[in-house]
Design a protein around this ligand. Structure first.
Ligand SMILES: C[S@@+](CC[C@H](N)C(=O)[O-])C[C@H]1O[C@@H](n2cnc3c(N)ncnc32)[C@H](O)[C@@H]1O
Length: 262
């Protein structure tokens, strides 16, 4: 794996092609900000998907991520939406939380959106428990890997990807990470641990599939010079399995939510 998988164009594709979290999850998490006065920490915030959607419900939001180019996109996304006064971005990793704790203070909610699989669950949720003492922690995944979906278009996509990248794992790392979060929270003494899920279907097209995959692969895996060819391969594969050009994605957004002990 490359050292900076979310650098360069991957960050730009991430901001443009990752769908928003559903309003149902935002409403669920907004409850943890009493009278809108809560403080939110979004760890592994990337381009700010979750942090920015929650920002209007919290008085203060801090997003932490090790990839400066993802944070640059987060800044642009915030400016685009006219959000910013209550949000700040910090370059850092989950592993830095202990060091940052004294300056950051305590949070009412800590979110880890589509990112726990890139961290060590037990030490991370241990550190998070300290900065969220008595507050809530939500590990969320905005869907599961597209190439593992059962629909014919997703199987066709998998074929295109495997021809380029080699055999892909059958393991759903998002489900594994959620199970890992659940186990770690129980081991660490979190309380009120809840599994949350919201399912819906959405019409997508080949352009969205290409953009989504480019947001999930590094520029070493699919270099910019090969993007056009990749887009054509995907379009051709999609056209072979659908006559209408209309693709439907079954999306499952899941979270493990728990209360950190005091
Ligand atoms: C798939 S993106 C998720 C972005 C955003 N949170 C979302 O919900 O869409 C994963 C992010 O985790 C970050 N990341 C990777 N390792 C990390 C670590 N050890 N600590 C904190 N963030 C990390 C990456 O830089 C990347 O921006």
């Amino acid at each position: 794996m490359t050292e900076r998988p979310f650098a360069g164009d991957t960050a730009r594709f991430y901001r443009r092609y990752r769908r928003e979290y559903p309003p149902e999850l935002i409403a669920r998490l907004a409850r943890f900000s009493e009278s809108g006065r809560g403080r939110l920490l979004d760890l592994g915030c990337g381009t700010g998907q979750l942090a920015l959607q929650l920002a209007r419900h919290f008085s203060e939001v801090v997003g932490i991520d090790p990839e400066p180019e993802m944070l640059r996109e987060a800044e642009l996304a915030a400016a685009e939406r006219g959000i910013g006064a209550n949000v700040r971005w910090i370059i850092g990793r989950a592993e830095d939380l202990g060091r940052l704790e004294a300056t950051l203070g305590r949070f009412d909610l800590v979110t880890i959106g589509t990112a726990l699989h890139l961290m060590e669950p037990l030490p991370t949720l241990g550190e998070v428990q300290r900065v969220a003492a008595g507050g809530e922690v939500a590990v969320a995944y905005n869907g599961s890997p597209m190439w593992l979906h059962p629909e014919p278009w997703a199987r066709a996509l998998r074929g295109v990807l495997e021809a380029r990248l080699g055999t892909l794992d059958d393991i759903d790392f998002t489900a594994e990470a959620l199970d890992g979060a659940d186990i770690a929270m129980r081991e660490l003494g979190y309380s009120h641990i809840e599994r949350w899920e919201h399912r819906f279907t959405e019409a997508i097209d080949a352009d969205f599939v290409v953009g989504h995959i480019l947001s999930a692969t590094s520029t070493e895996q699919i270099p910019p010079g090969q993007r056009e060819a990749f887009a054509q391969e995907v379009s051709k594969a999609m056209a072979a399995v659908t006559t209408s050009g209309r693709l439907v994605e079954e999306v499952s957004v899941r979270a493990v939510i728990g209360q950190a002990s005091q």
